[in-house]
Design a protein around this ligand. Structure first.
Ligand code: ARG
Length: 563
């Protein structure tokens, strides 16, 4: 319908392309202002006339059109009122399609997303929860747009910290304690190392020596390191299981350890490496950036070196059109440096194909979390606590619900995910149980509840499914039309979310649809006598249910049928 209006305007104005017109067209905030609006300000300059006059002229030029009820001029705006029956018909048909919201824009091209990526031997904390949730949602969004998405977990599993850990383990650790307490014990050992190294700095040399052993393939060193890594992965995977998330590759930093020599060679050949206090760096003064460190003065590679190696590996292996990195904002400079170095090596594509996607902090104030030990917040504990709290609510309000555990898990985990994704990515996320578990606010449980409500309505109609012989043109109530219009934004919302790397657009859409549905449900009875009206309204319930489910799926959230 919008396209038809774009064509109509394009045929009657000069100086704007169809694409520009499409961009300018708005969906009016109120139904009194029509179904589509076209502002004429932009034309004022080229046409040298007041926008309102232009609007009148265009209206005049268009004249009568078969699919339009009327065109009104309001100030500088042309408001288009589409013939209701036709409009309803197109919207219902579009949203009913199985692939509603999907597109083929990606055409099978590959996008790599580097996300989650916790640091081995450290806990999976709330910060890593954000990258995991946002990265997973971007994966779903790009898949829906026809891209092949490669999900990469770039584990922090290499570096001098493992030398320290081995020293600490050998001095103060035991196999039993590590087996028993896992990552928590490894973190204790790491802290202990730093305390002891204050008093006894030689420990740092020992640690360096152990890491050097690792880098040279020493069997004992690698065996201990691998064990630490396995233990950590078991814990991380528990969290991923709770979240219902998975990766295509766990390729941590260690995977690139034999690929950093090549980086050094490329940089040397391109004359980009300079020496600074024994270290090797790429000078980035010309770009107003601190230099990018490539090799430390002991010749070992660092985080950035391995990231550069990973870019070449990924480009060669997956031939991505984009490689996205979801991490906290504090890594902004790191990625700017790394991307610049790759570009300086003669890779123009680095300019727009490598994208850092930063996000804000998590504020735990008001969360009152029970912690395992000290103040360390494990993502897993947050999820388990959310599930437990939801279970309490269910036991109180709906004790006979079947699959209580499964449902509590979907709602609890969904609430945490939604709370994160409803926020604009770059903003800090606050964590307040009362708010995020509320069934009434702009929350995951609220959207899920609306979905469950749709399911129950349809169930009461004997599992109604739409059929071809229903006449939808009876859906003319304002609330029904508003709901349909809301739902029909879905394809645009998905696209917009992908362009801005902003899953919050989808989360907000889900709330908008849920709110529009609840208005509709309050205003229009569904179980009415007249069969066609009943069926048409039931169809709207069906479409709402389906669209909410699909939108939530893009956020990584499952909607239970009953709750
Ligand atoms: N392990 C890092 C951290 O926890 C995140 C890694 C992000 N990915 C990358 N390719 N550098 O901060």
């Amino acid at each position: 319908m919008k396209n038809k209006i774009v064509e109509l305007i394009a045929a009657n104005v000069e100086g704007l392309t169809a694409a520009e017109i499409a961009d300018l067209i708005e969906i009016p905030p109120k139904p009194e202002l029509g179904d589509f609006a076209f502002p004429c300000f932009r034309l004022a300059k080229t046409m040298r006339k007041a926008p309102q006059m232009i609007a009148n002229d265009i209206k005049e030029a268009i004249g009568d059109v078969d699919f339009l009820q009327e065109i009104q001029v309001q100030g500088a705006y042309l408001n288009f009122f589409v013939k209701k029956e036709l409009f309803i018909e197109t919207m219902v048909t579009a949203s009913m399609a199985d692939d509603f919201g999907s597109s083929t824009e990606g055409n099978g091209q590959t996008i790599c997303i580097d996300y989650s990526s916790p640091n081995v031997a450290k806990n999976f904390h709330v910060g890593h929860l954000r990258t995991t949730i946002i990265g997973n949602s971007l994966y779903k969004i790009y898949s829906k747009l026809g891209y092949k998405v490669v999900r990469i977990n770039h584990l922090g599993d290499w570096g001098t910290q493992f030398g320290k850990l081995i020293v600490a383990y050998k001095a103060w650790g035991s196999e039993e304690a590590v087996k028993k307490d896992g990552v928590a014990e490894l973190m204790k050992l790491y802290v202990k190392f730093h305390e002891e190294a204050e008093k006894n700095p030689e420990l740092n040399d020992e640690a360096r020596a152990w890491f050097a052993k690792m880098e040279h393939g020493d069997e004992e060193a690698l065996k201990i390191w691998q064990w630490f890594k396995d233990i950590s992965l078991i814990e991380y995977k528990r969290t991923y299981d709770l979240l219902g998330m998975d990766f295509d590759y766990y390729l941590g930093e260690s995977f690139y350890r034999d690929k950093t020599d090549d980086v050094v060679k490329r940089l040397t050949d391109a004359n980009l490496l300079t020496e600074s206090e024994g270290a090797k760096i790429v000078n980035l003064d010309a770009y107003d950036m601190a230099p990018c460190l490539i090799l430390k003065n002991d010749g070992s590679s660092i985080y950035a070196t391995r990231d550069i190696a990973a870019i070449f590996y990924r480009k060669e292996t997956y031939n991505f059109v984009k490689c996205l990195y979801v991490t906290g904002q504090e890594q902004k400079l790191h990625f700017k440096q790394v991307f610049k170095v790759v570009e300086l090596l003669g890779n123009e594509w680095a300019k727009d194909q490598l994208v850092h996607i930063p996000y804000g902090l998590v504020s735990l104030e008001g969360a009152k979390l029970s912690t395992r030990s000290g103040n360390i917040i494990y993502a897993e504990d947050i999820l388990l606590e959310a599930i437990a709290k939801i279970k309490e609510i269910i036991n109180e309000k709906n004790p006979d619900l079947p699959d209580k555990d499964e449902t509590a898990k979907k709602i609890g985990v969904g609430a945490v995910l939604f709370n994160d994704l409803y926020n604009q990515r770059i903003k800090d996320v606050s964590f307040k149980w009362e708010k995020l578990l509320n069934f009434d606010g702009e929350t995951g449980p609220y959207v899920q509840y609306t979905h469950a409500r749709c399911c129950s309505i349809l169930k009461k109609l004997d599992g109604f499914t739409p059929s071809a012989d229903i006449d939808y043109s009876v859906l003319t109530d304002v609330e029904a039309m508003e709901l349909l219009k809301e739902i029909n934004r879905f394809p645009k919302v998905v696209k917009d979310a992908s362009e801005r790397y902003e899953p919050s657009a989808v989360a907000r859409f889900a709330v908008d649809v849920a709110q529009a549905f609840n208005k509709f449900y309050n205003a229009c009875r569904i179980h009415v006598e007249e069969e066609n009206v009943r069926n048409a309204r039931a169809t709207l319930v069906y479409i709402t249910k389906k669209t909410i489910k699909d939108a939530m799926e893009l956020l990584g959230i499952d909607c239970p049928e009953q709750m």
